[in-house]
Design a protein around this ligand. Structure first.
Ligand code: GUN
Ligand code: ZN
Length: 414
């Protein structure tokens, strides 16, 4: 049993910030009690100074793109050709893949991300390296083999048969082992034949509880190319039974109303990736239309098109994007941003016991504790209340401010 003393901020209910200046009692990794400090004996761990948030949840991030971060100045398809795909091809070398896996998992943990839906690699051995490293560090990772059989450089292509065999073998090794789960992952329908999408459906059927993830409606040139190849973008997945409540599609910057209705009716979630959308010039995310259609939305960093692992930066950029949409934007409060970065992500990933710090939830948490005297420290000391403090965290905090990170009550960093 461990008693933590601190200022805990979370959003068990969308839209409302809950603040506790007090104690959380954690047993076997689960929050078993919470309340004012006077109701508990002296705490074991003092997290005062700064704030404690639920562990951040990244619903879309690419493992092989750590070293591709920062390729600015290009739209999606050029960026893939010039930055992302040449780097992804290097993961064919097992030593290289192992190094990148270590850098990637470390990058997530340093940013306070405790749970992630990770776009894996085109190479099965590299996906093994990712799962191995995530298990060693302790992160909750859902991931899988990325598959494609057209358009990409030849070294990144596979066949539907091989994709099925390698996908099933990886799922057998990792799905449900510790905190790992398998995700069926066609890169995007533009790089997949109908046979490859059928192969994805076979893996999904063969692995109960597996997730499905891919990209959708990110960039106008991409959407037009998919229309020529498959017809509708959402339909290119839906037609093969790939969309359901355990599916997460990244971006969806340019959906039609009919597509939003399909996503809403399937219970499929969308990973909104605001820094990536801005960096690639993909567009401003229509959050209001998603909400109106009942589509669940969470946040993704989309590293390496996104500009870093920090979900707080994604929250801030999501806020900027909605502001820039004027009357069509959703006004986002600090509580909305925290909800998007935590509880909404856990919901999108089907994890009912993470995302906030209520009794009965796993103690996945991040302690945002700036160094004495820095601007964030000054801002937090002078904040008018919890909502203002949280706004300052989103405006100013980054990975160097993450003083401690816990998963299931185990401190994995700091
Ligand atoms: N669409 C297909 N592959 C990718 C990728 O690696 N990044 C992004 N942002 N979009 C994609
Ligand atoms: Zn992506």
């Amino acid at each position: 049993m461990t008693l933590y003393r601190g200022t805990f901020l979370d959003t068990p209910v969308a839209g409302a910030l809950r603040a506790l200046d007090g104690v959380l009692q954690v047993e076997d990794g689960v929050v078993v009690a919470r309340g004012p400090a006077e109701d508990f004996p002296a705490a074991d761990v003092d997290l005062r100074g700064g704030v404690v948030l639920p562990g951040l949840v990244d619903t879309h991030v690419h493992f092989p793109q750590v070293r591709a971060i920062g390729g600015l100045g290009m739209p999606l398809l050029d960026w893939l050709d010039e930055c992302a795909l040449p780097e992804e091809a290097r993961l064919a070398a097992p030593d290289y893949a192992a190094s990148v896996a270590a850098e990637f998992v470390d990058g997530l943990a340093r940013a306070g991300t405790t749970t992630a839906l990770v776009f894996g690699s085109h190479f099965a051995q590299a996906v093994d390296a990712l799962f191995t490293e995530a298990a060693r560090v302790g992160l909750r990772v859902t991931s899988g083999l990325v598959v494609s059989d057209r358009l990409l450089p030849p070294e990144l292509l596979t066949s539907p048969e091989r994709a099925l065999d390698e996908g099933r073998a990886l799922a057998e090794r990792w799905h449900g082992v510790g905190r790992a789960r398998y995700a069926v992952t066609p890169r995007f329908s533009l790089s997949c034949s109908t046979s490859m999408l059928e192969s994805c459906a076979s893996v999904l059927e063969a692995v109960p509880g597996a997730f499905f993830t891919s990209h959708v409606n990110e960039n106008l040139a991409e959407v037009a190319a998919v229309a020529d190849l498959h017809g509708g973008y959402v339909d290119s997945y839906d037609r093969f039974g790939l969309l359901g409540p355990a599916s997460v599609l990244a971006h969806d910057v340019h959906p039609t109303d009919a597509e939003l209705a399909v996503l809403g009716s399937r219970g499929t979630a969308v990973a909104h990736c605001p820094t990536s959308n801005a960096a690639l010039g993909s567009g401003l995310f229509p959050l209001r239309r998603h909400r109106a259609a009942g589509v669940r939305v969470a946040l993704g960093s989309d590293v390496g098109a996104g500009t870093g692992f920090c979900l707080l930066k994604e929250g801030l950029q999501a806020y900027f994007g909605q502001r820039l949409l004027g009357d069509e934007g959703e006004p986002l409060t600090p509580a909305d941003l925290l909800h998007l970065a935590t509880a909404a992500g856990a919901d999108a990933l089907g994890l009912p016991d993470v995302g906030h710090l209520s009794v009965g939830m796993r103690f996945d948490a991040v302690w945002v504790r700036p160094t004495d005297g820095c601007t964030l420290d000054v801002a937090l000391r002078t904040a008018a209340g919890p909502d203002a403090a949280l706004a300052k965290v989103f405006a100013l905090a980054g990975p160097p401010d993450m003083a401690g990170v816990w998963v299931d009550g185990t401190r994995i960093r700091g």
